[in-house]
Design a protein around this ligand. Structure first.
Ligand SMILES: [Zn+2]
Length: 262
C-alpha cells in the first residue's frame, strides 16, 4: 500500500520525467476513477494542450500544477496505484502485488507531444483523479511535522495515539506500516490515549517519526521497517525479543511490543 515514501518516489519520477511536455491526448476510460463531478470530457478539456509545471505532494496526494492558469491535477494512488512515465515506474517493483501491465488497469493517463505518456496503473481501482483538490483538507505533511506541531496534535486528542497518527486531516502521509514502525521505535503503545503522553514521550515519538521516514526512505519504502519481518503470528520484538501483541487499533491491524512500548 503506498504511504508517503512511495508517493514521494512517484513525485520524484514525475518531477524528473513528466514536466514541461505538452499533453496531446487524455485517456480517462474509467469514469468511476474520476472524482468530485469530473467527467472524461471535462478532464480532457482541462488538460489538452497544457504542460505540467510542478510535481508536488501533500501527504499521500500527488499534485501536478499546469501552465497558463490551468487546473491542478490531483492523483491518489489508493491501495495499489503506481505512476508510470514513458512506461517506467518509480519504486521497488517487488512490493507490488502485480507488475503486469494489464490495459484495463490503466485508469487514467495522458500522451505527450512527440511520444511518451503518463499513466496511473491501479489493479484494485481504489485510487482516483480530481481537479483542483482541496489541499487544506489534509493536515501537516509528515515530512514537515515539527515537534511543536506534534505536541499540539497529540495533546488535544483522546483517541488512541496510533489513530491520531493515521488521521490524514491532522498529519498527512503516514499509513499503517509507518505508524507502527514509528511507535515501535519511539517506545509508545499504539493504543494509549494520545492526551496521556508525557512531554518526553511526545518528543521520543517525534524523533521516531523522523528517523522512520529517513531510514525507511533510504532503504526503499514503507515495507522496509525493522518491525516488518515480525508482523506475523509468533513475531517477536527485534529490540528485546518479547512476543509482539497483535491488535486492531484505529481500525487497523497493529503490531507492538508489550515490554518496551508503554
Ligand atoms: Zn520491545
Amino acid at each position: 500500500v503506498p504511504e508517503i515514501l512511495e508517493v514521494e518516489q512517484a513525485r520524484t519520477l514525475l518531477d524528473i520525467a513528466a514536466l514541461d511536455r505538452v499533453v496531446v491526448a487524455v485517456h480517462a476510460p474509467d469514469a468511476w476513477f474520476l472524482k468530485r463531478g469530473l467527467t472524461p470530457h471535462g478532464v480532457e478539456l482541462a488538460l489538452l494542450g497544457r504542460r505540467f509545471t510542478t510535481a508536488r505532494r501533500r501527504g499521500k496526494l500527488l499534485l501536478l500544477d499546469t501552465d497558463g492558469a490551468g487546473p491542478v491535477l490531483g492523483l491518489h494512488l489508493g491501495m495499489s496505484g503506481r505512476v508510470l512515465v514513458d512506461g517506467a515506474a518509480a519504486g521497488d517493483p517487488l512490493v507490488y502485488a502485480s507488475n503486469r501491465d494489464v490495459v484495463a488497469w490503466r485508469r487514467f493517463g495522458v500522451d505527450f507531444a512527440g511520444g511518451g505518456s503518463l499513466h496511473l496503473r491501479d489493479p484494485r481501482r481504489l485510487g482516483s483523479v480530481e481537479l483542483d483538490p482541496d489541499e487544506d483538507r489534509l493536515g501537516i505533511d509528515a515530512f514537515e511535522l515539527s515537534a511543536r506541531q506534534l505536541d499540539g496534535i497529540v495533546s488535544t486528542s483522546r483517541a488512541p495515539v496510533k489513530a491520531v497518527l493515521l488521521n490524514q486531516r491532522r498529519i498527512a502521509g503516514l499509513g499503517n506500516l509507518l505508524a507502527d514502525e514509528a511507535l515501535w521505535r519511539g517506545g509508545v503503545d499504539p493504543a494509549r490515549c494520545a492526551q496521556s503522553l508525557s512531554a518526553d514521550a511526545r518528543r521520543a515519538l517525534h524523533r521516531a517519526i523522523r528517523t522512520t521516514l529517513r531510514v525507511l526512505g533510504r532503504r526503499g519504502g514503507s515495507h522496509t521497517g525493522s518491525l516488518m519481518p515480525e508482523r506475523r503470528p509468533g513475531g517477536v520484538c527485534p529490540r528485546d525479543g518479547a512476543r509482539l501483541l497483535r491488535r486492531t487499533v484505529g481500525g487497523r491491524t497493529t503490531y507492538s511490543c508489550p515490554v518496551h512500548q508503554r
